[in-house]
Write a protein that binds this ligand. Structure first.
Ligand code: MN
Length: 733
């Protein structure tokens, strides 16, 4: 697009205005040197992005300026972070290199920008890719937490400007935001950002619900305000009379959390009683803030009856993400429960902006909690054997969990997720304590190690040198730490037992006059149906091998010669194949129907043209799998002797079932066009078709009968040319 000089001038002015606005909120940029560095970063970013525009058509530089503003104003970070936010997209998208950054700014800036570049902006939508990206994000945590904070600011601005993206991208970015970034913001204590991310995501994933809730909130606002004013008045008067400096306001629940509650409890908007909470924020000196909060509590409960079950004291024991506050729920004169949150100004700032804001208050005691959290993540990351998805599952469990507080015998406090057991607590204290845990005393009473703990319990762990983890322990624990330590110990155990077992197995072989050769071990594996020698030795050690079966073997001079029953069957089929087809010794699918019993594996639905192999099953004849079927690798590695080669016959007389996935933008008559194309023009038989359409985006699954892959590819190509169709692919596995 050609720009006139006039709009160019206007844009220049707008860029300068936005930059000034950034400086205005950058309270932590104080010295002249810092100001010059920020200016340098801005000039550099401006130059690097000068020919780039955002999807909305705006100059690209608006984005880094805005991310820097969020970092400075909404998270409260300083010069280094502002510089990195301004430069966050330069190394990835322009000619600027990390060396340039280090030379011009320094090593810290290099590390942070490097971290930001490693985490890709929008990941592919498969769960494992997301999990891997999430893992990467967490790994950068151990470098510098500012990477995550800037990444969150980046995501927040992208969510705020999501309107100009195409619909499918909107959905992708929004769901990733809920899956990954909102929980992270929550865990870092960035409450305001977490809430906004969730609300924005809902706006794009469920626009109708979002609209409904926000309009109902607007409609009920006047009534709410009147109620809040009447409720607050006596409290305000009394606090003012005592000379307390305070602010009182009503906080409405986020649209997302109202939506969540409606869905979880299956109730309409009108039945949610805690749409808002009253917040009292006290301006008190750090040494007095706790006493002042309890004083306010006393004033509130002088006027309104509190619910004793709903008192939450996060003053004495802050949450692991640093949240400090005093919550109570009281009965209003209208007969309705109202939540009141009492906290100091400092606590409020931490609650809204997170730890970053808190770094300003060095003397704060909860800083340790943050370190604890980072340490826990490091613990989890230590275990590289776990796959990414399992890792994320364990980790997310800990991210979302509510917390309980448990006391050690010496009165120390440990945070654990709700649902944690005595065994979790033991591992929380120390790996060795966990590994030797026999049971526990909860509030001086002896209980089994599987006992679920409650907040406030005092727990003493009883250990024994003889005790060690076993398989069932995995059912008793919920923390990632305990899980990964138990799994590691079980693996160790198995290895040790297998070593023991191998020695004894050697003796057993001798007794039966079988030599320990590779051939014999393979035969025995087949006989005992064990996937690996290690597994066989282990099972031998724990007496889970049906040793009597050895009688079926024919042994000559220490060598196993007679085949086992199962192997006999396999051999028989192989033999028949050889006779039928001496040239190739393979199964020709479509020709030998009468001679061999075989089926197409439902896990990968192979069709002619696919590369395939046959697998001789125990009771169901031969099963045909695609060579890239996820099950294939396992089958081939464990049961190589049961694999038969297979190919398709060249005669196309049969039709095969295949699945096709279609996504696109819905349009009147689109489904019609697709079905007409399939059954009419291409003369393909359709078995089933199902479409999910939501807000103009449809997701379709079509099952069709085709002759071979060529036929299928032709069909897919045709479908791609239908107006409104975005993506067509074969359903694999
Ligand atoms: Mn960006």
């Amino acid at each position: 697009m050609e720009l006139t000089t006039e709009t160019e001038e206007l844009e220049k002015k707008e860029i300068a205005r936005r930059y000034r606005a950034l400086l205005k909120v950058s309270n932590n940029v104080k010295t002249r040197k810092d100001k010059a560095r920020v200016r340098k970063a801005f000039d550099l970013a401006l130059e690097a992005h000068k020919d780039m525009r955002r999807k909305s058509g705006e100059p690209y530089i608006y984005h880094p300026i805005e991310v820097a503003r969020i970092v400075a104003e909404e998270i409260g970070l300083g010069t280094t972070s502002i510089i990195c936010a301004l430069l966050h997209d330069t190394v990835e998208d322009t000619d600027l290199t990390l060396d340039d950054v280090e030379r011009m700014f320094g090593p810290k800036e290099r590390v942070i920008i490097d971290g930001l570049t490693k985490i890709s902006g929008v990941v592919d939508f498969t769960a494992s890719m997301q999990a891997e990206n999430f893992r990467k994000i967490l790994l950068t945590l151990s470098d510098d937490v500012r990477v995550i904070l800037i990444k969150l600011a980046d995501r927040l601005h992208n969510m705020r400007t999501l309107d100009s993206m195409p619909r499918n991208k909107q959905l992708k970015i929004a769901s990733e935001t809920v899956f990954l970034f909102a929980p992270l913001a929550h865990r870092l204590g960035l409450y305001a950002i977490k809430t906004e991310l969730e609300d924005l995501a809902l706006k794009y994933t469920e626009p109708d619900v979002y609209e409904e809730i926000s309009s109902k909130l607007k409609k009920t606002k006047a009534v709410r305000t009147r109620f809040v004013n009447r409720f607050s008045l006596p409290i305000q008067e009394e606090l003012a009379r005592q000379g307390v400096e305070f602010e009182m306001k009503a906080r409405t629940k986020s649209i997302y959390s109202i939506f969540n509650k409606m869905r979880k409890k299956n109730i309409p908007f009108e039945e949610i009683y805690d749409v808002f909470a009253i917040r009292i924020i006290i301006d008190a000196k750090p040494e007095k803030e706790k006493a002042e909060c309890w004083n306010a509590y006393s004033v509130v409960t002088d006027f309104y009856q509190p619910n004793p079950d709903r008192l939450r004291d996060w003053l004495s024991t802050p949450k692991a993400n640093g949240y400090e506050s005093l919550h109570t729920t009281v009965m209003s004169p209208g007969g309705r429960w109202v939540e009141v949150q009492i906290r100091s100004k400092r606590m409020d700032e931490i609650a809204e902006k997170g730890y970053a804001a808190h770094w300003k208050y060095k003397e704060g005691s909860s800083e340790n909690n943050f370190d604890n959290w980072i340490n826990k993540i490091r613990d989890l990351l230590e275990n590289p054997e776990e796959n990414a998805i399992e890792f994320i599952d364990d980790f997310k469990l800990n991210l979302f969990a509510e917390e309980i507080f448990i006391f050690t015998p010496k009165g120390e406090i440990k945070n654990l997720p709700k649902g944690a057991s005595a065994l979790d607590f033991a591992f929380e204290i120390h790996t060795e304590v966990g590994a030797h845990c026999m049971g526990a005393k909860v509030n001086t009473k002896l209980v089994p190690l599987s006992t679920e703990l409650k907040s406030g319990d005092q727990v003493e762990i009883i250990t024994s040198k003889k005790q060690k983890p076993n398989e069932s322990w995995l059912d008793y624990v919920i923390t990632g730490k305990a899980k990964s330590k138990i799994k590691a110990s079980l693996r160790e155990d198995k290895k040790r037992l297998a070593e023991e077992g191998e020695k004894k197995f050697g003796k057993w072989l001798k007794k039966h006059e079988i030599r320990k050769t590779q051939h014999n071990i393979k035969e025995l594996q087949t006989l005992f149906r064990q996937p690996s020698p290690l597994e066989m030795y282990y099972k031998f050690e724990i007496n889970q091998i049906p040793l009597k079966k050895v009688e079926q073997l024919e042994i000559i001079k220490g060598k196993i010669v007679g085949k086992v029953q199962e192997t006999k069957e396999v051999n028989e089929i192989q033999e028949r194949l050889k006779q039928k087809n001496p040239a190739e010794e393979m199964l020709v699918i479509g020709e030998e129907m009468d001679h061999f019993e075989y089926k197409l594996a439902p896990c990968c639905n192979p069709i002619p043209g696919d590369e395939v192999f046959g697998f001789i099953t125990i009771n169901e004849g031969i099963k045909i799998h695609k060579t890239n079927c996820p099950n294939a690798i396992q089958l081939m590695s464990h049961y190589a002797y049961r694999i038969v080669k297979a190919r398709w016959t060249s005669q196309q007389k049969i039709a095969f079932l295949a699945g096709i996935k279609v996504t696109g933008i819905d349009d009147v008559g689109l489904v019609n066009n697709i079905t007409r194309l399939i059954s009419g023009e291409l003369n393909v038989n359709m078995r089933s078709i199902s479409f999910d359409s939501e807000d103009g985006v449809f997701d379709g699954t079509i099952m069709v009968y085709v002759h071979d892959t060529k036929h299928l590819t032709r069909l897919i190509d045709k479908l791609k040319s239908v107006d409104g169709v975005i993506n067509v692919s074969r359903i694999e596995g």
